[in-house]
Design a protein. Structure first.
Ligand SMILES: *Cc1c(COP(=O)(O)O)cnc(C)c1O
Length: 369
C-alpha cells in the first residue's frame, strides 16, 4: 500500500473477470467445470499422470506427506533456506524436519550435504525449487533409491520450470505447485499435487474429499479432510494458465533488464543460473553490500523490497529442534546479504529503470561517505 513500486501485482484482468462471471451466472461455485479444465491444462502441460487440487501450497505439502504415510517418529530432510511452510507442513504431519545447508550460487539444497543427515528415521527428502529454478534432482533421486526414501517436491514457486525436460513436481513421488498471489500463476489461493503413482493418487483423492471418491455421498470409506478449492478460484486459474507464455516472457524480460542495468555495479550479484533447468524468476534475488541500509533506502524511495527467507534453523517456531545459530554457514551468510527486487508481468520498463537508478544512487552516496 502506498508504494510507488510494489513487490508484486498479480497479472489479472478482463479474462479472469469473464470466467468469474460465467461461474456466477451458472451458479455452480464449488469444484466444477473450471476445476476440471484447470486440472486438464496442468496435466497436459506438466505431463504428470495424476493431478489433484488443494486449497493452498502449505496444505498441499501436508496432504502430500499424509499420502506418503509420513508421521510421528519420522524425519524429513528440508533445505534450510525456503519459505517456512516447507518445514511447518512436516511438523504438522507429526514428523521432524531436518535441515540441510544450500548451494551458495543457486540457493537450492546442497545435494552433497544430504547424505550426512540421513538416519534410521529418515522417511523422505523434500527438495524445494527456490526462486524459479529447479533443484538438482538426479542426485536426490539416486540417494532416495539407495536409502529407500520418498521424495516430495516443493515446486510452489516453479510452475513452468522443467528439470532436464521434466516439469518440477513430477520427478519425485509427489510434488506440489502453489497458486498464491505472488506465484507465477495465481488463483488467489490454491495448489495442485502431482504424482505419477496411481496408489498415491487414490490416497490423495480420498484424503482431500472427506474420505470418499465422490461428493454427494454420505458414506465415507476412509478418513479424510476437506482440501478442496472452488470453481471461482479455478475460473481465475484457467484464465491465468492461458496467459502463461505471456507471463513467463514478461517476467524474464524484466529480470534481464535488471541484469543489464546493474551489471557494472560491483556490489550487486545475481543468483547463478544452472544448465539443467530453465528459469522463471519468482522475484529478483540479489546479494549486495550494506544490505539493510539499501533496503531502507529503496523503501524510502517508494520501492517495496523483500528480504531473503529467514534460515529455518533460526526460526523461533523451530527452536525446539535444538539447532545452533551457526549451524548453517551458507544460509546465514546469504540471509544477511540478500534482498528481493520486484518482478511481475505488469512492471514497466521505466519502473525497473527507476529501481536501478536508486540502487546506483545509494552506492554513489555510500562511496562518498
Ligand atoms: C508460497 C510457498 C509455499 C506455500 O504456498 P501457499 O500456497 O502460500 O500456502 C510453500 N513453499 C514455498 C517455497 C513457497 O514459495
Amino acid at each position: 500500500m502506498g508504494y510507488k513500486i510494489p513487490q508484486l501485482e498479480p497479472y489479472i484482468g478482463k479474462e479472469e473477470l469473464k470466467n468469474l462471471k460465467k461461474v456466477i451466472d451458472e451458479k455452480w461455485i464449488t469444484e466444477g467445470v473450471f476445476s476440471k479444465e484447470f486440472l486438464e491444462i496442468i496435466k497436459e502441460f506438466t505431463e504428470a499422470k495424476h493431478v489433484v487440487l488443494a486449497n493452498n501450497g502449505t496444505l498441499a505439502l501436508f496432504l502430500g506427506l499424509l499420502s506418503l504415510g509420513i508421521g510421528k517418529g519420522d524425519e524429513v530432510i528440508v533445505p534450510d533456506f525456503t519459505f517456512n511452510a516447507s518445514a511447518s507442513s512436516v511438523a504438522f504431519a507429526g514428523a521432524k524436519p531436518v535441515f540441510v545447508d544450500i548451494d551458495e550460487g543457486n540457493l537450492n539444497i546442497d545435494v552433497e550435504k544430504i547424505e550426512d543427515v540421513i538416519t534410521e528415521k529418515t522417511k523422505a527428502i523434500m527438495p524445494v525449487h527456490i526462486y524459479g529454478q529447479s533443484a538438482d534432482m538426479d542426485p536426490i533421486i539416486k540417494l532416495a533409491k539407495r536409502y529407500n526414501l520418498r521424495v516430495i517436491e516443493d515446486a510452489a514457486e516453479t510452475y513452468g520450470v522443467f528439470y532436464k525436460g521434466k516439469h518440477t513436481g513430477t520427478i519425485g513421488d509427489v510434488g506440489i505447485i502453489s497458486f498464491f498471489a505472488d506465484k507465477t500463476i495465481t488463483c488467489g489461493e490454491g495448489a495442485v499435487i502431482l504424482t505419477n503413482d496411481y496408489e498415491l493418487y487414490d490416497k490423495l483423492r480420498y484424503l482431500r474429499n472427506q474420505g470418499r471418491s465422490d461428493s454427494g455421498s454420505f458414506i465415507h470409506p476412509q478418513l479424510g479432510m476437506n482440501f478442496r478449492m472452488t470453481d471461482l478460484q479455478c475460473a481465475v486459474g484457467v484464465a491465468q494458465l492461458k496467459k502463461f507464455k505471456e507471463i513467463e516472457k514478461k517476467k524474464i524480460e524484466g529480470y534481464r533488464l535488471y541484469q543489464l542495468l546493474l551489471k557494472e555495479l560491483g556490489g550487486v550479484s545475481f543468483i547463478e543460473e544452472v544448465d539443467y533447468s530453465n528459469f522463471i524468476p519468482f522475484r529478483v534475488p540479489i546479494r549486495v553490500k550494506n544490505c539493510d541500509e539499501l533496503i531502507q533506502y529503496l523503501e524510502d524511495s517508494g520501492i517495496q523490497t523483500r528480504g531473503f527467507f529467514y534460515p529455518l534453523h533460526r526460526q523461533p517456531c523451530f527452536n525446539y529442534l535444538g539447532y545452533e545459530k551457526n549451524d548453517f554457514p551458507v544460509t546465514n551468510k546469504i540471509y544477511s546479504e540478500g534482498l528481493c527486487l520486484p518482478v511481475f508481468p505488469g512492471l514497466k520498463k521505466e519502473q525497473i529503470e527507476y529501481v536501478c537508478e536508486k540502487i546506483k544512487e545509494f552506492y554513489n552516496v555510500e562511496e562518498k561517505k
